[in-house]
Design a protein around this ligand. Structure first.
Ligand code: GRF
Length: 187
């Protein structure tokens, strides 16, 4: 049995990436264990998975970001968390948080970084008539979507794509890529 890394996942919404990470983490040889889920949105659909899989979860408002981060750090310490995964978490963590959490933080972004950082990725990809897009798992630093890249997956854009069809096709790849990237970090 591998010694699993205690992991916390931050979400804000649907939590479909969270769901796949939880499912994969139940495999005996997957390197992490999801020990804590934190949402900054009380109504995040993803919290459903915390309940379903019996994983401790917390909601803290992020209206006051420093306070949110303080609350998170307390809980993260209690649970001996050694990896933080952002999965559809819609806030940029402050430098103070990054300095205080001594372990790795990773994120998934629905584009081929460094292209199309930030919001409305798929809309911008379509407007720019890109022939392909994709998704990226990367380390988090204090600049938005800018940390070192761990892994990327290319997804071709179809001429008939709408924001939704492209988003769904990229999301399917995200679900596989996030776990692959986590495995690669501990190989
Ligand atoms: C994903 O596209 C992710 O890349 C982006 O937000 C979306 C979250 O989806 N950061 P979900 O909440 O995991 O379903």
């Amino acid at each position: 049995m591998v010694k699993k890394i205690n992991t916390c996942i931050f979400i804000s919404g649907n939590g479909s990436n969270l769901k796949f990470i939880i499912k994969n983490s139940r495999e005996y040889n997957f390197p992490i264990n999801v020990k804590l889920i934190i949402s900054n949105n009380k109504f995040a659909y993803g919290l459903k998975y915390a309940k379903k899989y019996n994983i401790p979860y917390k909601y803290y408002t992020s209206n006051n970001l420093p306070r949110f981060e303080r609350n998170c750090l307390i809980e993260i310490k209690k649970k001996n968390i050694k990896l933080l995964c952002l999965a559809g978490f819609m806030k940029v963590l402050t430098k103070n948080f990054l300095n205080n959490f001594k372990y790795k933080i990773i994120n998934i972004h629905p584009s081929l970084l460094p292209k199309f950082k930030g919001l409305n990725t798929h809309k911008r990809v379509l407007m720019r008539k890109e022939t392909y897009s994709g998704c990226t798992v990367h380390y988090v630093n204090s600049k938005l979507d800018s940390g070192n890249i761990i892994m990327k997956k290319k997804v071709f854009v179809k001429p008939t794509d709408t924001i939704n069809t492209l988003k769904n096709r990229v999301l399917k790849e995200e679900h596989k890529l996030y776990s692959k990237a986590i495995i690669s970090m501990f190989r």
